[in-house]
Design a binder for this molecule. Structure first.
Ligand code: HSE
Length: 326
C-alpha cells in the first residue's frame, strides 16, 4: 500500500510547480529523461502548475487554466508534499513566494526553489521556518553546480570568505565584448542561450550576483545579511580591453559584502572560468577550495532543482524507514 512520508505526505510525492517558464519546462523533461536512472523520480508526481494565469492540473488534463485558483488556494487544495518555486524573482518584496513558503511550511509542505529573491531578502526568516519540513535552494546559486549543497559535506569548517563569479550572463557578455562585440549584440546572444533573467538589467547591474552572494554568505558564514547589505559597484561595461578576462566578482568576508567588475589576474583561482561558467572559492580555517561549472541556462537550473528533489526524497524516505523501525 501507500506509505506515509514524513508528517503528511505519501509516496508518490506530490509536486506543485509555481511558474511555467523555460526552467519549469526543462525541469519536467529532465525528470522524465532521468526516470530510467533514478528510482526516486518514478515515485514523484506532478499534481499541478500554478502561474499568474491560474492553476493548471496534471498534463493528462491538458493544463486547463483555472483563473479562480491562485497559488495560495492551489497549495491548500492540492496539499502537495513539495512546492517547487520556478517563478520570476521579485526583488522589491520577495512576494508572493515568501508568504507561500511560510504557508507551505505550516502545512508540512517542503519547498524547493530556483527563485533567489525570497532568500536574498529574508534568508534567516525563511530558513528557520523551514527547519522541520525542509527547503532546497541549490538552483538559486550556480544552478546545478553544487555551491549550496556542497555545504552539507563540509561540516565544521569555519568559513572566512566566499568569492565567486556567480552570474553567467555578465560573464558571457564580458567575454564577447573582450572579443570586440557590442554590449547589445553580446546580450542578445546571452539571451538566446537562455542565460538571462526575465529582466536582463538584473544580470548586468549586479543584483543577480548580489542576491547569490547573500545566500552564500548566510549559508556558509551565518552572516544574516540581506540584499541591501551588499555594496554594488563599479559595474562598468565601457572599457573592456581586448583579450582580457574581466568578470563580475561577488565577494564576502566576515564583515563585508560587495560585487564589482574586475580584471582577473592569471593566478586568480577564479581565472579558470570559460564563457558563461561560474566559479566559487571558499576560504576556511582548514583549507581553501574552488569549484567551477556551468551556472546558467534552463537545463543547468533544472538540474539544480532535480538534485534537490532527489535529496529531499531520500531524506523523507530515510525518515520513513526510521519510523518503520520504531
Ligand atoms: N540570469 C542568471 C545568470 C541565471 O545569468 O547567471 C542563473 O541564475
Amino acid at each position: 500500500g501507500r506509505a506515509t512520508a514524513g508528517g503528511r505526505g505519501r509516496f508518490p510525492l506530490k509536486l506543485l510547480l509555481l511558474g511555467y517558464g523555460r526552467v519549469a519546462k526543462s525541469f519536467i523533461s529532465l525528470i522524465n529523461s532521468k526516470k530510467e536512472y533514478l528510482e526516486e523520480l518514478r515515485n514523484v508526481e506532478l499534481c499541478g502548475i500554478v502561474t499568474r494565469r491560474g492553476l493548471m492540473l496534471s498534463p493528462a488534463e491538458h493544463f486547463r487554466p483555472d483563473a479562480q485558483c491562485d497559488a495560495f488556494q492551489a497549495l491548500e487544495r492540492l496539499s502537495p508534499d513539495i512546492l517547487v518555486d520556478l517563478s520570476t524573482p521579485n526583488y522589491q518584496t520577495g512576494e508572493p513566494s515568501t508568504s507561500l513558503y511560510l504557508r507551505a511550511f505550516e502545512q508540512g509542505t517542503g519547498v524547493i526553489t530556483a527563485n533567489k529573491a525570497p532568500l536574498a531578502l529574508g534568508y534567516t526568516r525563511i530558513v528557520s521556518a523551514a527547519k522541520k519540513v525542509g527547503i532546497g535552494f541549490q538552483a538559486t546559486v550556480m544552478s546545478g553546480t553544487p555551491s549550496v549543497n556542497l555545504q552539507r559535506v563540509l561540516p565544521g569548517l569555519r568559513v572566512t570568505m566566499v568569492r565567486g563569479i556567480l552570474n553567467g550572463t555578465s560573464s558571457y557578455v564580458l567575454d564577447r565584448m573582450a572579443e570586440g562585440l557590442s554590449l547589445e549584440h553580446a546580450l542578445n546572444e546571452a539571451s538566446e542561450h537562455g542565460y538571462t533573467e526575465g529582466d536582463p538589467s538584473i544580470d548586468l547591474n549586479g543584483i543577480d550576483s548580489a542576491a547569490k552572494l547573500v545566500i552564500l554568505a548566510n549559508l556558509y558564514m551565518g552572516r544574516g545579511i540581506s540584499l541591501s547589505d551588499v555594496k554594488i559597484g563599479p559595474v562598468d561595461y565601457t572599457h573592456i580591453g581586448r583579450n582580457t578576462k574581466v568578470r563580475m566578482v561577488a565577494h564576502s568576508t566576515l564583515n563585508s559584502a560587495c560585487v564589482s567588475i574586475e580584471t582577473l589576474a592569471v593566478d586568480d583561482p577564479l581565472h579558470c572560468v570559460r564563457g558563461a561558467e561560474s566559479a566559487l572559492t571558499i576560504s576556511s580555517d582548514v583549507m581553501e577550495l574552488t569549484i567551477r561549472g556551468m551556472g546558467a541556462g534552463p537545463v543547468a537550473a533544472a538540474y539544480g532543482v532535480l538534485s534537490d528533489l532527489v535529496l529531499m526524497y531520500r531524506e523523507l524516505f530515510n525518515k520513513l524507514g526510521a519510523l518503520g523501525k520504531q
